[in-house]
Design a protein around this ligand. Structure first.
Ligand code: ARG
Length: 456
């Protein structure tokens, strides 16, 4: 039975019916829909809009319906959407009284409420998954504050750093992602019921009571805005898209690092796959999928930005398109964050390989230039001299570590202390400024990050 059939003289076309229906996907909102209806109905009873005894009857029936769905005794089917399904079921169970539930309410504010309730929980879930990932990164970093490796720029070796410094860079990115979800959640956490179809309702409702019952921190301030925007959905998707961008980028590095050319890390058998033809293969499929699935979440964001960009106020059915992309984005984020955290915990870090790699690529060249600058040579000149020194090394098959002091002396006022200065470990230890890789700076960063996590 359609909630709006009174106005119609003939049946909807079958194809139109199925085109219009959202039940196949919005059934996922059933718990939120029922929770919202219970809050609304309790309020109707308390405010004397319907008799309290009838309100109680409705609430009791709604609770049983929810339990029957939970237990698999009641299948969600044969309705236009989840709101119609619940109401039809209610009326079929308790008769005419059930028809009073929708007093002072529209599906327009109802669906907005359901979506906000859903996204409030979804944001909480994502925030705790991001936190778990960050904790894993701090644990790995704590064990690797002295694991020397090259820092790269342009994917060319740049300067020595540590694995902890590299991993904590990602921890910082993910902590901002968690903050973005927390901010999104704050804007989601506003109660829209009472906005009606678009101009609120003339019934003497108590919106604050509904908000308190459902644990919202505020009620929406304008009914047209409340039913007519989905920017809170876009906030969620936008935070999700940025998170996926970070996950994808980290995945890309792990893929590169686990290649034979690098061998910086080895993924465990548990998180790798093989080839059906090449017996030797161990592939980083999880990371490739993470990288690939990023497209889904970006797509969801673009989907909703596009849906919203040209629709007149207030409610338009276009907005029904928010659900599938939000569900998919949430599922994708949840799966990606979970698998990535697990995979990192099981990954072997080849410390020797990382250390050896630091010696190549003239990663100590900046140290040499700084050494000269400390002796009074203007840095720009020192830079140029060390550039020539690097060319000399390349032509003679040497490195800054294997050059003799006599060779150094041809290029400037070098003495024995240059050899200590260019040791990667020493270069790292000197970088004690906040944000730098020295073990002391990184330990401070790790503990600040752990503290920060408690506040998100
Ligand atoms: N299924 C709809 C949605 O998701 C619910 C609201 C329908 N309202 C309406 N007036 N047709 O947006």
């Amino acid at each position: 039975m359609k909630l709006w059939s009174g106005r119609f003289e003939s049946e909807t076309d079958k194809a139109a019916d199925s085109f219009n229906s959202s039940l196949a996907f919005d059934k996922r909102l059933y718990r939120y829909d029922i929770e919202g209806s219970i809050a609304h109905c309790n309020m109707l009873g308390k405010c004397g809009i319907i008799p309290e005894a009838e309100a109680k009857l409705i609430v009791d029936a709604l609770e049983i319906i929810r339990k029957d769905i939970d237990d698999g005794k009641l299948e969600i089917k044969d309705a236009e959407d989840i709101h119609s399904f619940v109401e039809n079921e209610l009326v079929s169970r308790i008769g005419a009284v059930g028809k009073k539930l929708h007093t002072g309410r529209s599906r327009n504010d109802q669906v907005c409420l359901d979506t906000r309730l859903y996204l409030r929980d979804a944001s909480k879930d994502i925030i705790s998954l991001i936190k778990a990932l960050i904790l894993r990164l701090t644990d790995i970093s704590e064990r690797n504050t002295e694991t020397v490796m090259p820092a790269f720029t342009h994917l060319q070796k740049a300067q020595p750093t540590t694995l902890a410094h590299h991993f904590m860079a990602y921890a910082e990115m993910f902590s901002r992602d968690a903050e973005r979800f927390a901010q999104a959640k704050n804007r989601i956490d506003v109660m829209p019921l009472g906005s009606g179809a678009c101009t609120s309702t003339a019934y003497p409702i108590d919106r604050k009571a509904v908000a308190d019952y459902l644990g919202f921190h505020a009620v929406t301030a304008n009914s047209m805005d409340a039913v007519g925007d989905r920017d809170f959905v876009i906030d969620f998707l936008s935070a999700g898209a940025i998170t996926m961008m970070h996950l994808s980028r980290f995945s890309e590095e792990i893929i590169i690092w686990s290649s034979d050319e690098y061998k910086y890390v080895e993924l465990s058998d548990k998180f790798s796959t093989g080839s059906s033809i090449m017996p030797q293969k161990k592939n980083p499929d999880m990371n490739e999928l993470l990288r690939g699935k990023t497209g889904r979440v970006y797509g969801a964001l673009m989907n909703m930005l596009t849906v919203m960009k040209g629709i007149p106020l207030a409610y338009d059915k276009d907005m029904q398109e928010d659900k599938e992309c939000v569900f998919d984005a949430y599922d994708t984020l949840k799966a990606c964050l979970g698998i990535f955290t697990a995979l990192l915990g099981d990954m072997t870090i080849n410390k020797d390989k990382l250390r050896k790699s630091t010696d190549g690529g003239f990663t100590s060249a900046t140290e040499c230039a700084d050494w000269l600058a400390a002796k009074g040579v203007p840095f720009r000149d020192a830079h140029s001299v060390i550039g020539q020194l690097v060319v000399y090394c390349i032509k003679n098959g040497k490195t800054l570590q294997t050059l003799s002091l006599d060779e150094y002396k041809k290029f400037g006022p070098f003495d024995e202390s240059i050899f200590d200065a260019i040791k990667p470990e020493n270069a790292i230890a000197r970088r004690t400024a906040t944000g730098g890789p020295s073990p002391s700076a990184i330990k401070a960063e790790i503990s600040a990050m752990r503290k920060k996590l408690d506040t998100v």
